[in-house]
Design a protein around this ligand. Structure first.
Ligand code: PLP
Length: 405
């Protein structure tokens, strides 16, 4: 199947299918206990997400609490510096808590409330997903257990403090390497034991069905808003849309607004220090098909076929796979996935800060760097970047490691 064989106007009805597949990717590779739990979430989601009450409550929350709609900004000085292509940014950095993650966390916890759950369970690596979950849990008055590797707890002190101030219970995981992978396993195990009372909320468009679909749907507000705002500002669609891809949630949300339109779409993966295994986290670019964390996708494997060690300057992009929908769009050729290195990212981080007064998250700076390169190649037209988050969390690290450029 190729791009032109897919009917994109019915795409969202057909993908994923009833078993959570986007073509051969996705599905649900989990224990029977967890299968029951996921079936419960899937059924509730399909019922509740069509309820007028749920939809209007989510809309109200987005407007009154999150600060949506977030604006689209014309990056005029950056555009002038690069030539004739006009660059624009969808400002997810202006969401409450500073990134797009709250879009799906508020949706997931509202769903939990409708399901009568008392507790939300999640894992976190760098702590960004944990902070968004703790925020949503505080808003809805839910208990919140965040599983986090002991190594990450030491590294991410400010986010651990934020979660605790917000009332979350940060559960230290001391198995294995004591980082994200072990935290995911521990969170899944805790959830399997207590799924009657609790709901598990994954941090991206990854994991077993229904999460890749549900998180995409909650994030699609980004792409739909951005398309309408862009057309209102310029009278046209953008020629290209660009987003960074870790697990792939901000990209999936942005792309959802444009898949059915004549727009070139680019997903940007982290090349880190280079192309050797262990030096990057560009799973779609360099990986192969495989199953991890309950879903089939394209992943980076070590010599035993297990998830390979990965690296990126951006801890939010540091994951050995991406969501199944991205693997599908990759194979179809509808989205072009490409890479940006740490160095290019740091340059873009300072360039955007200096020329536009916007300090981007280091994850988002990957998308900015790619758009800057693409602008030179295109020569004319327009590019819309998803600025997935703000860079306050990254400033100390960047100054310490790179100095002021
Ligand atoms: C977590 C994070 C990402 C990466 O996650 P995706 O699921 O790939 O979107 C990107 N940008 C920011 C600001 C993040 O916090």
């Amino acid at each position: 199947m190729k791009y032109n064989e897919i009917e994109f106007d019915t795409y969202f009805k057909n993908y994923p299918d009833a078993n959570g597949y986007f073509g051969k990717y996705g599905g649900s590779y989990i224990s029977d206990d967890l299968k029951n739990a996921m079936a419960e979430i899937t059924e509730a989601y399909f019922t509740i997400c069509k309820s007028g009450k749920f939809i209007s409550e989510l809309r109200r929350i987005r407007k009154e609490f999150q600060g949506r709609p977030t604006p689209v900004s014309h990056l005029e000085r950056l555009s002038n510096k690069l030539g004739n292509v006009q660059l624009y940014a969808k400002r997810e950095d202006l969401n409450h808590t500073g990134a797009h993650k709250l879009n799906h966390c508020m949706g997931e916890v509202l769903l939990a409330k409708y399901m009568g759950k008392k507790k939300v369970i999640a894992e976190t690596g760098a702590g960004q997903h944990g902070v968004a979950m703790a925020t949503a849990a505080a808003y809805f008055g839910m208990e919140c257990d965040i599983y986090m590797g002991a190594v990450d707890i030491k590294k991410q002190a400010p986010n651990v403090a934020r979660m605790k101030i917000l009332g979350a219970n940060v559960v230290e995981v001391t198995d294995g390497l004591q980082t994200l992978k072990e935290a995911v396993d521990a969170a899944f195990a805790a959830y399997a034991k207590d799924y009657k009372n609790s709901i598990y909320c994954i941090g991206s468009v990854v994991g077993p069905h229904p999460f890749p679909m549900m998180v995409r749907d909650f994030q699609s507000v980004v792409g739909i808003e951005a398309r309408e705002q862009f057309v209102e500002m310029t009278g046209e669609l953008p020629d290209a849309v660009v987003a960074c891809v870790g697990g792939g949630s901000n990209a999936a949300g942005m792309f959802a607004g444009f898949l059915n339109y004549p727009v070139d779409i680019y997903g940007v993966e982290p090349l880190g220090r280079g192309t050797a295994l262990g030096d990057h986290a560009a799973s779609l670019t360099y990986g192969t098909e495989g199953v991890m964390h309950g879903f089939n996708s394209i992943m980076l494997k070590d010599e035993n076929g297990d998830p390979a060690p990965v690296y990126s300057v951006a801890s939010g992009l540091d994951y050995p796979s991406s969501g199944p929908e991205h693997a599908f769009l990759h194979d179809l050729g509808r989205v072009k996935y490409d890479v940006i290195s740490d160095d290019e990212t740091i340059d873009a981080f300072f360039t955007l800060s200096r020329l536009e007064g916007i300090i981007p998250a280091i994850e988002s700076a990957h998308a900015v760097a790619y758009a800057m390169k693409l602008a030179e190649k295109m020569g004319k037209g327009s590019i819309l970047i998803n600025l997935s988050g703000r860079g306050d969390k990254d400033m100390d690290y960047i100054i310490e490691r790179y100095g002021i450029r």
